[in-house]
Structures are given as structure tokens and as C-alpha cells.
Design a protein around this ligand. Structure first.
Ligand code: ATP
Ligand code: MG
Length: 565
């Protein structure tokens, strides 16, 4: 029993271990409250998904709660559109904050009152240094800082000035409120950090009520404290800010959560900072935030990712304290594992060539049973129409087959999936010598795709009956960026120099089996032999469009094999 328990514990990542230990020792009276605190200045990306799955996952596993809190303390960059998209993305990933939706801006009044408390304690002062001067006074890693000439203002003067800052008496940038800590502190964040700056800007929620806005380090700990968060989980860049987080809460003498840092997710072949994603959108390198090539949650969704696959990816990569870059192939591996289990199989010809079966009864159509998902018996079978004129994939035929090409060629027999054996007898060409049609014969005795005499064929092709085919457009995607690390550029260039100009290829004339006419936006399928595809958001009303999610071949397995050698 003890062993089993130990094993259980070994499987916990270090954050979950802390939570488990705290529950055991009763540190927070058994409570677990986490939060996901996005800044509403862009759309969420796969990196955020890691944080979402960690915070909501911990709450779910330990009987706790996770708040969704918008860190909207910066007025200029935040927009309503982002708030709505973030809510939709968290829900789509499968998490729920119930009635615990919070906004940092809702705490502005309380934060202000706390700042007044610090001033009264002599722990904060109004400073007239400009931003540049503040930077100079701060010093560097090797050089200690200097005290601001305004550091010793009296408490009364500070209270008066701070109130007038709030009242709007001073222009932007003319004054700040600073914490009075230690200008020679080895941690630069502790050298009298700015708590408030003046900014005459409208805020998406508080309008023009404030011209005084709190800095992140000041605001964040208070938000956590007011929400009685137990474990405030953030990424490693904030490790150096933890002493300040602790200082503020200790000086205020308020409820004090524990900040825990973990390594952020980096993925090969993509960029993840919101600033860079915004550039891709604004400079029209992509069609929008939800372009299927974007690493945003809405982009992945439109590409055909399932929430399960993303949650499983988060589980597989785990949580630790060392920054590293995860291979995109691993994300795709998690995706394929899920799609293989769940997606219905369909036949779609992406680059069609017409086949006429010369010995098939003219005008006849028969309906053939096709298995919906060999991985899932319960998905059953569907009827697919078969007739004397079909489309097959152009690349499945070679007039002069090269070595190791086992598919259709003159005189050669292949299997049509679920249907019949078929032999190519003739090639029809146009005046330029391009092949326009193939003439074939079929063997009625091979119905269902089996030969009664044990005759073997080396290839099975997918096909679509020409008269019943649904026209569709298919969009094929490659990585948006060519390098594993897109920030690796020549002098004077930035990541956009590494954009893959062939990342989108549109196939306008594809032929789909008729059942796909009923596909709903964002339905996921495996097109036999061609990969996983997803109906585009634009829907199916005027035109059926599919996005290719991912190919069938699992490159992750290959990478693993190589590494084991
Ligand atoms: P960006 O660098 O994309 O601008 P950010 O950290 O400024 O991201 P926030 O909106 O502040 O974005 O992030 C909300 C939460 O998501 C934070 O707790 C942050 O630590 C976490 N987060 C952001 N990016 C990643 C990532 N790549 N991996 C894991 N967690 C992340
Ligand atoms: Mg941020």
C-alpha cells in the first residue's frame, strides 16, 4: 500500500506535489484556489493552454477551484474582443470558472486604499523622476542604485500628492508612486519599484474613472490576496519578482498566497508571444487570429485540433522548472492519437482524375458498405455509392511506373477500397498529351474488395463516384515559419524573415463522397490515406471547405526511434 502511494506521489509534478503536501499539512485549511490570469491584449495560444490545464487541472484534481481573472490593469492595450475570445477558448478547452469571473480593474479602489496604507506606514512615496531618470537611478546588475531626491518626502506631502495624482492634476509621466524598499538591493525589482503611473487613458471597464494605473507587480499580489488564492502559479520570468510579491503582501499584512513558478511552453517552428502573433495578423501574413496556421487556441480549433488532444499534450509535457523547447511533432502526435480514435473515415480525392469502368453496367449505381472507424466498432458503417465513372487520385496512377510504385498503371490491377478489383486498360490524352481519363475494367467477382481465387493486388485506392461527388476545396498547411527557432535571423532581420511562403496551398477541385455534404463546421474526419481534415468554420452553406489538420504519418515516433539508436 505504501509503495502504491509512493508511486502515486512520484507521478505528481512539483507544483502538484506542493499542493498535495499543503493539503496534508493543512497549510491552507485544506483549501485549493488557483487562478488563470490572462491579460486581455491578444488571443490565447498553446502556451496559455499549458497554464490553463495546470491551474484548472489542479483545482479539479484536488477538489479546489480555479478563477478566471482578467489582468486588465493596463488601459491602452485591452479590448472587449479579447475578453470574449479568452472566455470562449477556456470553455472550449473544457474548463469552467462557474461564477468566479474576475477583473483586476474591479479591485482598483481597494488597491488605491492599500497604497494609501503603505504611504502612511512610510513605505511608499510620490516621485517626480521621469521614466528615463528612474531607469538611471535604478542602477544595473553590477552597480547599485541611487536614492531618488523625492524619497524623503513627508507622509503628509505624499498623501496629498497621491490624492491629487488620482484627481487628475498632473500630466502623464510626471509622477509615480514608488515602494520605498532598498536602492542597493541585489534584486533590481526591489529597488523602489513603481507602483502607480499616471495615464490619462480610458479603460474598457472603468472608463475615465481613473488616470492612475497600478503596475503589474503591485496589482497581481493584491488580486491573488483578495481572491484568497492559495497557489499563485506563474511562469519562470516571475521568479525574480517573487520577493516583491512577498514584500507587498507582508507590508500590507494581508492574506498571502504562495507564488510558484514553472517553465513556460516553447514549441518548435512557431512564435508564441502575443506581440508577434499580433504582427502576423496586422501585417496580413495570416487571415486572422484564427487562421489554421496560428498557434492560437482558436487557430488550432479551426485547424481541427480537439480539446482532448491539447489537454493530453499538456499532461504529456508535464510541468517543471527548466525552460526548453518542445518539438511540434509531439503536439501532432497527441493530436493523431485522439483523432485516430475518434474521427470518422471518409473518401475524398484531392487531385482527381476520371476513371471510366468500361464493363460496368451503364447507368447503374450500387451502394457499398464502408466502415466508419476501424478503431471504434460502435461507429458502424455507411453506404457509399459506386458507379461506372469514378475519380481517383492522380498520383495513384503512373503511365510508366517506376520501381516500387505499386499502384495503378497500364495493365495493372488494384483494389478500390471496399468495392472491387480494377485493371487499367487504356489511357485517354488531350492534344497536349495530358492524361484526361483512364479506362479500366472491374471484376464483379471481387465485390467487397476480396478476390475469391486468392489473387493478390499490391495497392488499395480510395475513390469517389463521379456522378455523386460533392465538389469541395481543401486547404493544405505547413508550418508558418521555416526554422525550428524562428527568431534565429540574419543581422537586422526579425522572425518574419523566416516566414514560410508556401505554408498554405489551396486545392480547389477536390471530390468528396456525398455523405460529406452534411458535414457541420469544425467536424473532424480522416480522409482515407490523405490525413485528418476538419470542415472549415466558414461552413458548408455556399461551399464545402476542409482544412487539413495533420498528415497520417507520425513523425514523433520516428524522432523517438532515431533518439533511441
Ligand atoms: P505573451 O508572452 O504571449 O504575451 P503573457 O505571459 O504576457 O504572454 P498573459 O496573458 O499575461 O500573457 O498570460 C496569462 C497566463 O498564461 C500567465 O500566468 C502566464 O504565465 C501564462 N503563459 C503565458 N505564456 C505561456 C507559455 N508559453 N507557457 C506557459 N504559460 C504561459
Ligand atoms: Mg503578461
Amino acid at each position: 500500500m505504501a509503495d502504491v502511494q509512493n508511486n502515486e506521489q512520484q507521478r505528481l509534478d512539483f507544483v502538484r506535489q506542493i499542493v498535495a503536501d499543503d493539503i496534508k499539512t493543512g497549510k491552507w485549511d485544506g483549501r485549493v484556489i488557483t487562478r488563470f490570469p490572462p491579460e486581455p491584449n491578444g488571443y490565447l495560444h498553446i502556451g496559455h493552454a499549458k497554464s490553463i490545464c495546470l491551474n484548472f487541472g489542479i483545482a479539479a484534481e484536488f477538489g479546489g477551484k480555479c478563477n478566471l481573472r482578467f489582468d486588465d490593469t493596463n488601459p491602452v492595450k485591452e479590448e472587449h474582443e479579447y475578453v470574449e475570445s479568452i472566455k470562449a477558448d477556456v470553455r472550449w478547452l473544457g474548463w469552467d470558472w462557474d461564477d468566479r469571473l474576475y477583473f483586476g480593474s474591479d479591485y482598483f479602489e481597494q488597491m488605491y486604499a492599500y497604497a494609501v496604507d503603505l504611504i502612511k506606514k512610510g513605505k511608499a512615496y510620490v516621485c517626480d523622476l521621469t521614466a528615463d531618470e528612474t531607469r538611471q537611478y535604478r542602477g544595473t546588475l553590477t552597480e547599485q542604485g541611487k536614492n531618488s531626491p523625492y524619497r524623503d518626502r513627508s507622509i503628509d506631502e505624499n498623501l496629498d500628492l497621491f490624492e491629487r495624482m488620482r484627481a487628475g492634476e498632473f500630466p502623464d509621466g510626471s509622477k509615480t508612486l514608488k515602494a520605498k524598499i532598498d536602492m542597493s538591493h541585489p534584486n533590481i525589482n526591489m529597488r523602489d519599484p513603481v507602483m502607480y503611473r499616471i495615464l490619462h487613458a480610458s479603460h474598457h471597464r472603468t472608463g475615465d474613472n481613473w488616470c492612475l494605473y497600478p503596475m503589474y507587480d503591485w496589482a497581481h499580489g493584491i488580486e491573488d490576496s483578495l481572491e484568497r488564492v492559495t497557489h499563485s502559479v506563474c511562469t519562470l520570468e516571475f521568479e525574480n519578482h517573487r520577493p516583491l510579491y512577498d514584500w507587498f503582501l507582508d507590508e500590507l499584512g494581508v492574506y498571502h498566497p504562495q507564488q510558484i513558478e514553472f517553465a513556460r511552453l516553447n514549441l518548435t517552428g512557431t512564435v508564441m508571444s502575443k506581440r508577434k502573433l499580433l504582427r502576423l495578423v496586422q501585417e496580413k501574413h495570416v487571415s486572422g487570429w484564427d487562421d489554421p496556421r496560428m498557434p492560437t487556441i482558436c487557430g488550432l480549433r479551426r485547424r481541427g485540433y480537439s480539446p482532448e488532444s491539447i489537454r493530453n499534450f499538456a499532461k504529456v509535457i508535464g510541468v517543471n522548472k527548466f525552460n526548453s523547447t518542445i518539438d511540434m511533432a509531439l503536439l501532432e502526435h497527441c493530436l493523431r492519437e485522439d483523432l485516430n480514435r475518434t474521427s470518422p473515415r471518409r473518401m475524398v480525392v484531392l487531385d482527381p482524375i476520371k476513371v471510366v469502368i468500361t464493363n460496368y453496367p451503364a447507368g447503374q449505381t450500387e451502394y457499398i458498405d464502408a466502415i466508419n472507424n476501424p478503431e471504434d466498432q460502435s461507429a458502424g458503417v455507411r453506404k457509399v455509392p459506386f458507379s461506372g465513372e469514378l475519380y481517383i487520385e492522380r498520383e495513384d496512377f503512373m503511365e510508366e511506373p517506376v520501381k516500387k510504385f505499386f499502384r495503378l498503371a497500364p495493365g495493372r490491377e488494384v483494389r478500390l477500397r471496399y468495392a472491387y478489383f480494377m485493371t487499367c486498360t487504356d489511357i485517354v490524352k488531350d492534344s497536349n498529351g495530358n492524361i484526361t481519363q483512364l479506362h479500366c475494367t472491374y471484376d464483379p467477382a471481387t465485390k467487397g474488395g476480396d478476390s475469391p481465387d486468392g489473387r493478390k493486388v499490391k495497392a488499395t485506392l480510395h475513390w469517389v463516384s463521379a456522378a455523386h461527388a460533392v465538389d469541395t476545396e481543401v486547404r493544405m498547411y505547413e508550418n508558418l515559419l521555416t526554422k525550428d527557432n524562428p527568431d534565429e535571423t540574419e543581422e537586422g532581420q526579425d522572425f518574419t524573415a523566416n516566414l514560410n511562403l508556401d505554408s498554405l496551398k489551396v486545392l480547389p477541385n477536390c471530390k468528396a463522397e456525398p455523405s460529406l455534404a452534411e458535414a457541420e463546421p469544425l467536424d473532424r474526419f480522416q480522409f482515407e490515406r490523405m490525413g485528418y481534415f476538419c470542415t472549415d468554420l466558414a461552413g458548408t452553406k455556399e461551399k464545402l471547405i476542409f482544412n487539413r489538420t495533420v498528415g497520417l504519418k507520425d513523425t514523433w515516433a520516428k524522432i523517438q526511434q532515431k533518439e533511441q539508436k
